[in-house]
Design a protein around this ligand. Sequence first.
Ligand code: SAM
Length: 294
Amino acid sequence: MHKKHIATPTRTKEILNQYTFAFKKSLGQNFLVDANILENMIKHAGIDKATGVIEVGPGIGALTEQLAIYADKVVAFEIDQRLLAILQKTLQDYDNVQIMHQDILEANVGEVIRSYFEPDQPVHIVANLPYYITTPILMKLLRAQLPILTLTVMIQKEVAERMAAKPNTKSYGSLTVAMQYYTYAEVMMTVPKSVFMPQPNVDSSVLRLTIRDEPPVHVQNETYFFNLVQACFGQRRKTLRNNLIRSFKETYDKETINELLEIANIDGSRRGESLDIEEFAALANVFYDAGGVR
Ligand code: SAM
């Protein structure tokens, strides 16, 4: 086994020079160069020798190496062809790692989990995500209803705060509600820019999303629910009533919207950011049941 971790500034530079690798900003390539942070992330993810792990974007293998040490098996999706030969070398001591050369947004992750892990094996997702597509990646993985227990991801600090926010705060929005629908979201730690190479412009956080057995609310139609939530946050300084009137103008007139708010027992002069997920669900179900297509 290699004596030096990949996740140190010296070793990372050595690898990058050896392969004359130039970072692609467009692929969100900021590599972690601090093994302590990675170990903490792995602890928060609850990884042990029984666990299967899916990683998104292994880069030169900094996190993958630690996962290989702590988990039973790791399958990592990397989009950048140039990294494949590098990973083959940097991870050559580990026979429990499988690299998939695929765009995670195109991949059939469910199928990969079924073919690479045991039927009852606990599976977690752990990743230092490419920040330009954090939300699309998380939404795709959550909507796919994968047989996984948690996602522990390094993401932009501000996005992590939005995902784990409470009502009546500046960070609370439709993204918070979407995360809450599928998961329990917790910010586990904040990470300075200095532990990445190259340094990104923003600080980062590790967010842990624990998959719920079932959603906390019953909604008649998920797409309709998410659209309505988005409409309620449309213009944050406007009242709920005004946002709904603007968004549903093709479907319901003002009087109907006032009536529907009353049926849902929600005061239209409130702001979207004051509603919790139960109230959004009640409102969406009343709007949906009234027969309005949006
Ligand atoms: N895991 C490494 C680390 O922690 O040092 C690298 C993390 S870096 C922030 C993000 C990685 O995701 C890069 O290796 C990048 O090439 C890869 N990536 C970007 N877009 C991707 C996509 N759509 N599918 C899979 N990997 C992607």
